[in-house]
Design a protein around this ligand. Sequence first.
Ligand code: ATP
Length: 216
Amino acid sequence: MKWGLFGGTFDPIHMGHLRCAEEVRELFHLDRVVFIPTARQPLKTDQDIAPYDHRARMVQLAIDDNPEFALSDIEQQRGGTSYSIDTVTFFLNDVPKTRELYFIVGQDAFHRIQEWKDWEELLQRCHFIVMTRPGYETVDLPSILPERTAAGYVYDDRSDEFTGPSGTSIYFRRLTFLEISSTEIRARLMKEQSIRYLVPEAVHRYIVMNGLYKTP
Ligand code: ATP
């Protein structure tokens, strides 16, 4: 069983997230992609974030019709600040059946990996799939990771992957990166502009029905 873990604030989830998750699933033959909304995001503390329940419900509505996509509320259940290292450890230790885990991140997020708790340990515990975007394709590990860490990775040009000392790999993959961000969606809603086709219709309806993102 190969599972992708896709963490995010998802405030709200949008077509950019969904399209990339679908392409990653297909490309890596993943059995499942698990969307994991962050309960308390350590790197976005100064931002006003919608309540967890709204964000999780929107993820569920967005993925409802895809049997290979699932939602996990582990970060809400665990409480406290949401750290990826704890989430990955949970999936490795506490979810029955040993499985290969692929942590899915956008390149912007991966460039800040050194700010993540126990990031070196995290890279050793699961594979990383870094979704690159046009014009922002740094696939040169030493420019992202400290030299001593990058030196532990070996690049295989046949499989286009960097394999680290524990056998886990980092993959940079160019996907159909839709230039959509949750920030832009929230800004549009505040200005009472349309967000149709930027999010799934069910998410659009949920936002309107619950009056989300109306005030700054
Ligand atoms: P915000 O604008 O509020 O910062 P966001 O749109 O970047 O939000 P997040 O929930 O913070 O969304 O992102 C979750 C993950 O999805 C991160 O790894 C991020 O890099 C990635 N991501 C963000 N936007 C896109 C996109 N358009 N396509 C693919 N992945 C994306």
